[in-house]
Design a protein around this ligand. Sequence first.
Ligand code: SME
Length: 152
Amino acid sequence: MSKREAYASIRAQLGSLLEDRPGFLSAMATATALLKENLDHVFWVGFYLPAGDGSLVVGPYQGPLASLRLAPGKGVCGAAASSRSTIVVPDVHAFPGHIACDPRSRSEICVPVVAAGRLRAVLDVDSAEPAAFDESDREGLEALAQALATVP
Ligand code: SME
């Protein structure tokens, strides 16, 4: 199965699971499981949620232990949160301010989850392979982020 096909299948599964109206927390948890189990290049996947002081606090995730809190604007996640745009990092060692949760992580993509102009979360995905994320990941993850953004 190609990555595009895998993302389409994940999107379809998430869509049907969301018909049960589980709420945002369960929807995020379910998305992490679908991504981790269906994509071989995913080493860590999870959400960071905006806290009142501008930092990001870890939400549901799958993979090794991750940083609990990311300082405001810091790291790939902070950059995605403040720019409200997807950031693809082919080589985490070359990204200024990258926060290494696990030394095995080599590349990363972070997608903001935005509803009506409000940042609800960022969806962060790490790979142990360099340059693991391409346009198919961007499109697939942005579609998931869009589906999650309006979950109550
Ligand atoms: N690398 C991220 C921190 C989160 S971990 O990858 C799970 C960053 O630089 O924001």
